[in-house]
Design a protein around this ligand. Structure first.
Ligand code: ATP
Length: 368
């Protein structure tokens, strides 16, 4: 390579288009990413479409084929729309959820759930000074109370589930969380504060969680750290969410608080997410496959597109590529602009646009 020559990194993105509205929101998202990539000089994206999900299970009896899993494992990132259909179940009655299998198999311990409320965005709460609300909830996603999933003990008179918190996972989780707070502060999105959400006043397991958090906080003198009990956090998320920057918590607490976060955002149609581990990450909207509106072309593609923006950001940090970071920001800003202008919104946000029109409006913003 000559001095000054720009290296073009081609990154493989595994794509699961999923079930229900999944294919309807994935197709325009990939189109939008192709448009951004067509202007990139330092990276390229190679999309690999993979099989999996409830519809695939119906046809083949397999929900996540081995070759899909191994290709996803080798990919640089995984983009997933929504999987599962209430009418398609395993013989034991549980729903098909390969996205949860991926989380376990790839050890995606950090569930990142940003909560953003922009001026003009329909939300049950309003910030008194009219500024945006912007914080992130990091939900541990491989242990906690969900560790017990499928192996609880139930007798006629008693039921028990076990909560597990390990030092190893907690250390990785907190390290990730403080790094995220550092990134947010650098870009002006956060004030540099991490809050550990627990119930350390009642359970020894959470005192243990908190102790590991405090040890990691000691390694980040530049970031402030504090604690909050989960019940108080639920109250403050409604009363003064603008005071939060990055919250980190156990799996079950995170499961509940992230839906509260989506509620603050005015619904699931705008809530993106990422599940991140070491070298692997899945990006998908918080919502499900919405079978009630599937096939009508009315699904809101914004949460999927915002998840794709999170993917570009993560890839930018993983590969130390500034252009990917810039493209992530450009894409996020394009979606935010439409939300604030209240233009080209889908039905769930009070608009009349269909999926295609909403996605095309993003493309127009990017072209402009
Ligand atoms: P899961 O358990 O798979 O997460 P869920 O039971 O939470 O799914 P969703 O599939 O998320 O349910 O749908 C909940 C409601 O939100 C439905 O009425 C659905 O139509 C609506 N909804 C979800 N996603 C979207 C979207 N992208 N655009 C418009 N409406 C949506």
């Amino acid at each position: 390579m000559f001095f000054g020559e720009i290296m073009n990194q081609v990154l493989n993105v595994a794509v699961f288009e999923g079930d229900g509205i999944g294919p309807e929101i994935m197709a325009p998202t990939v189109d939008i990413l192709r448009l951004l990539t067509s202007r990139a000089s330092t990276y390229g994206l190679n999309f690999i479409s993979l099989k999996g999900g409830a519809t695939h299970y119906q046809k083949t009896g397999v929900s996540l084929p081995d070759d899909s899993l191994s290709t996803a494992r080798k990919a640089d990132a995984i983009l997933l729309s929504a999987m599962g259909l209430p009418s398609v179940r395993y013989p034991d009655g549980t729903e098909i959820s390969p996205q949860i299998d991926l989380r376990k198999k790839l050890n995606l311990f950090a569930g990142v759930r940003p909560v953003t409320v922009l001026p003009g965005q329909a939300s049950p709460i309003a910030r008194p000074d009219g500024k945006p609300i912007d914080f992130v909830l990091v939900r541990e996603s491989t242990e906690g109370l969900f560790w017990s999933q499928g192996c609880g003990e139930v007798s006629h008179d008693e039921a028990r589930e076990t909560l597990v918190i390990t030092r190893k996972t907690s250390q990785k989780l907190f390290e990730f969380t403080f790094k995220l707070a550092e990134q947010r502060r650098k870009t002006g999105r956060g004030k540099g504060l991490v809050t550990c959400v627990d119930k350390a006043n009642v359970f020894r397991a959470f005192a243990f969680f908190r102790e590991i958090f405090d040890a990691e906080a000691g390694n980040h003198a530049d970031i402030a750290a504090n604690h909050a009990y989960v019940d108080a956090t639920a109250l403050w998320m409604v009363q003064k969410p603008w005071e939060f920057d990055v919250l980190v918590t156990e799996n079950m607490f995170g499961d509940i608080l992230s839906d509260l976060g989506a509620g603050l955002m005015g619904g699931l149609g705008l809530a993106p997410s990422a599940d991140i581990g070491e070298g692997h990450a899945v990006f998908q909207p918080c919502h499900g496959s919405a079978p009630d509106i599937a096939g009508q072309g009315v699904a809101n593609p914004f949460a999927m597109i915002l998840s794709a923006a999170m993917m570009l950001d993560w890839l930018g940090h993983e590969h130390d590529n500034k252009e990917l970071l810039e493209h992530s920001e450009i894409l996020r800003e394009a979606v935010n602009a439409l939300i604030m202008e209240r233009k080209f919104l889908t039905r769930d946000l009070g608009g009349t646009s269909n999926t295609g029109a909403a996605a095309n409006a993003i493309k127009s913003k990017l072209r402009a």
